[in-house]
Design a protein around this ligand. Structure first.
Ligand code: MG
Ligand code: MG
Length: 252
């Protein structure tokens, strides 16, 4: 069941999502060769505390940390570790969620560690642009898979592939609500649910430079590209309104 939110509820979601965006900005500035992913996790926890908010991923389904850090071929759900040291030329995706006054925020960015090669740069640029092209379709009267189609078409035209096994989601008083938001069109005949004012969704393309196929590592969390090639991930929580969608987790 898709839960529509009132304007007041969307304002509450804006508060928590803005915090997520601010913290991701802080983490982004901290990324450099030689730091560990554990350090980023600790910093995220400290910043959440300062804002009197709770980390949404800690313990979610048993996830051991507060931040997901996925390096290079890791797609999503990478577990921060003091053994994982970032090197020049890596890309790291940072996925973070908070709860504040009962409302969830969720957003992700992929960050370059020092200088990166042109293929990784293109992968990051295409993934970020695909997210915004998807958001552009989030309007009443459109259908959910219009978002998926915009993302998939742009990604595949650029020679990359869309992960199928993990998708975006509705969000609000729960981290994961209906509807699932795929980044590819799952049906040739169905356009998905009609988009309505008051829907709040997390759109999150996970884009691979090789195959879209993924597997889960032995740690039972880290999802990696099956061919070991780099992957990028960007996510925003947005609200559908009568006019343009509001990007709740965007901070300027
Ligand atoms: Mg997320
Ligand atoms: Mg999400």
């Amino acid at each position: 069941m898709i839960i529509l939110k009132t304007k007041e509820e969307i304002e509450k979601m804006r508060i928590v999502n803005k915090m997520v965006g601010e913290i991701l900005n802080i983490l982004k500035n901290e990324v450099k060769p030689g730091i560990t992913t554990e350090h980023l996790d600790k910093l995220a926890v400290e910043e959440a505390k300062k804002r009197h908010s709770r980390c949404a991923f800690k313990g979610y389904g048993g996830f051991p940390k507060s931040l997901c850090t996925s390096v290079n071929e890791e797609v999503v759900h990478g577990v921060p570790s003091k053994k994982k040291v970032l090197k020049k030329g890596d890309i790291v995706s940072l996925d973070f969620g908070l709860i504040y006054e009962g409302w969830y925020g969720d957003s992700a960015i992929t960050v370059a560690v020092g200088e990166i090669d042109s293929e990784k740069k293109k992968l990051m640029d295409v993934t970020r642009k695909a997210l915004y092209l998807g958001i552009e379709q989030a309007r009443p009267g459109n259908y959910l898979y219009d978002i998926s189609d915009a993302i998939q078409t742009y990604v595949e035209r650029n020679g990359f592939s869309v992960v199928r096994d993990y998708v975006g989601h509705g969000i609000g008083r729960y981290l994961h609500e209906d509807p699932p938001v795929p980044n590819y069109v799952p049906s040739k005949t169905d356009r998905g649910p009609l988009l309505k004012v008051g829907m709040t969704i997390a759109i999150e393309p996970m884009i691979n430079s090789g195959t879209w196929r993924v597997r889960v590592k032995k740690d039972k969390w880290t999802v990696v590209a099956a061919d070991g090639k780099p992957s990028a991930h960007f996510e925003h929580t947005i609200a559908i309104t009568e006019s343009d969608p509001i990007i709740l987790s965007e901070v300027n």
